[in-house]
Design a protein around this ligand. Structure first.
Ligand code: ADP
Length: 163
């Protein structure tokens, strides 16, 4: 069974993330979406909130969810994953993602990093852009899945940050 991991901060999940996860689920037998909590300090949504939002809008028989706060390759090794799947938006993503992929390759040579090209319509989408537009009362309905729209708006406009 070929298992892949889709890691990210998902703060919150966007249509871009959802697309990458669902496409990964078509390519692999099983996908685990891992909410990484390494840089909690700057997060708007708590780990539990991010997990709940993901679960309510990303569905698939072979998609599971988890959280992790350590080294990603350790998680991959523990689960027996063959690949880490990342989305590439633009040239701007490449440097950072390539550096991470090479680091992971050197830490765990058996793991492959697979890059999926973002859909054209999602090329500009990021969690931080969604939050910014929402706080400024812009329409984010084209950026996040419909199932979580109200929750994201309530939270971003509420401005109550996590500790
Ligand atoms: P962000 O870069 O928005 O803060 P994450 O750290 O949660 O997001 O990203 C998790 C993964 O999803 C990364 O591989 C990232 O490149 C990918 N990703 C983020 N936004 C998009 C998008 N709009 N289209 C495709 N992939 C994306």
């Amino acid at each position: 069974m070929k298992l892949a991991i889709c890691p990210g901060s998902f703060d919150p999940v966007t249509l871009g993330h959802k697309d990458i996860i669902e496409r990964a689920a078509e390519l692999f037998d099983k996908v685990i979406v891992v909410v990484m909590s390494n840089s909690e300090k700057n997060a708007t949504f708590s780990i539990e909130e991010r997990l709940d939002l993901l679960k309510s809008c990303v569905k698939g028989e072979n998609i599971e969810f988890d959280t992790y706060s350590g080294l990603l390759v350790e998680y991959a090794k523990k689960k027996g994953a063959v690949a880490i799947v990342k989305g590439l938006r633009a040239v701007s993503d490449f440097d950072y993602e390539f550096q991470q992929a090479l680091t992971n390759q050197s830490l765990l040579p058996k793991i492959e990093t697979v890059f999926l090209t973002a859909k054209g319509k999602n090329m500009f989408l990021s969690s931080s852009m969604v939050k910014e537009v929402c706080r400024l009362n812009g329409d984010i309905s084209g950026f996040v899945p419909a199932e979580i729209l109200d929750d994201v708006i309530k939270r971003c406009k509420g401005e109550s940050k996590n500790d």
